[in-house]
Design a protein around this ligand. Structure first.
Ligand code: ATP
Length: 273
């Protein structure tokens, strides 16, 4: 279980995250929604310790990860992989090398400098790419791929760490609706098949409803909603997005239209119109 206890983060006078208290069970897929500036990225970045909380504590499986240092901190960052909106890949490098970068923080400096990857790791990388349907692109430079394919390479790199948690910070915000759907389907499939915890920042309500088991709504650094997707009514959405009665859900929609059944074994499949 991931426990976030009364976590606050300040930047100067600005309170980006304010007294957030959340417990997330192993194997949950949680969507965090809210308008720009609500504190979603700051919360995610504190979980994997890209930044530290100003107050409060974050624990995983009973270990206070917000207090870890040195090798123990690096080990936590391996357990907790992060995916970003802009993919954060090396564009001029080939796909496999980018995926192998997921092993960097467990390899020696020497082997890293000379890009010496064990054959076993190369096979694992190809297997992961195959699983994500992009093994055919393994030898291509990342810059030659579409945004959706690049995000799947980033997911493959995360899986190379064999993480317990995947943190995804607006993973589909730069993608067209079709690629957005492919990437969200991929994350959901990883969650369902591997039982990994996924915490995903999303701008859009419809995506959170469609893919997540639980939705957390943030506004001005505070958690203002925490519940099941079907509890996310228009009135609740207004509260989260701070909109008046003219609020329209379409303003937060990605317009994802399923082309194939959405992979949700616990739900009726949604088919293309
Ligand atoms: N490094 C920083 N220095 C100063 N202020 C920051 C920093 N990082 C975030 N903030 C501020 O904290 C608040 C929350 O930002 P955050 O990026 O967490 O929001 P968000 O909900 O993820 O928004 P977005 O979807 O636009 O990324 C914002 O007001 C932002 O300007």
């Amino acid at each position: 279980m991931l426990e976030i206890r009364m976590v606050t983060r300040r930047f100067g006078n600005k309170v980006a995250v304010s007294g957030v208290d959340l417990a997330i069970d192993d194997g949950q897929m949680v969507g965090i929604i809210g308008r720009s500036g609500a504190g979603k990225s700051t919360l995610l970045r504190m979980i994997n310790r890209l930044i530290d909380p100003s107050e409060g504590a974050i624990s995983f499986a009973g270990v206070e990860v917000s207090a870890l240092r040195g090798a123990a901190l690096r080990s936590w960052q391996r357990d907790c992989a992060m995916i970003f909106q802009q993919f954060n890949l090396v564009p001029r490098l080939d796909v496999v090398s980018n995926v192998l970068h997921g092993t960097l923080n467990r390899r020696s400096t020497l082997s890293t400098v000379f890009s010496l990857y064990p054959t076993e790791d190369i096979h694992t990388a190809i297997d992961i790419l195959d699983r994500l349907g992009i093994a055919d692109h393994a030898a291509k430079r990342v810059e030659a791929l579409s945004g959706g394919q690049q995000q799947r390479v980033a997911i493959a790199r995360a899986l190379m760490q064999d993480p317990k948690i995947i943190l995804a910070d607006e993973p589909i915000a730069s993608l067209d609706p079709m690629n957005a759907q492919i990437v969200m389907d991929t994350l959901r499939r990883i969650h369902d098949e591997d039982g990994r915890m996924i915490v995903c920042n999303l701008h859009t309500l419809d995506t959170a409803r469609r893919y997540c088991d639980r939705v957390v709504g943030m506004r001005d650094g505070l958690v203002v909603f925490d519940g099941a997707p079907d509890e996310l009514t228009t009135a609740v959405a207004r509260e989260i997005y701070g909109a008046d009665e003219n609020f329209s859900e379409s303003s937060t929609s990605t317009s994802i239209e399923p082309l194939e059944p959405v992979y949700r074994p616990d739900r009726e499949p949604a088919y293309a119109l």
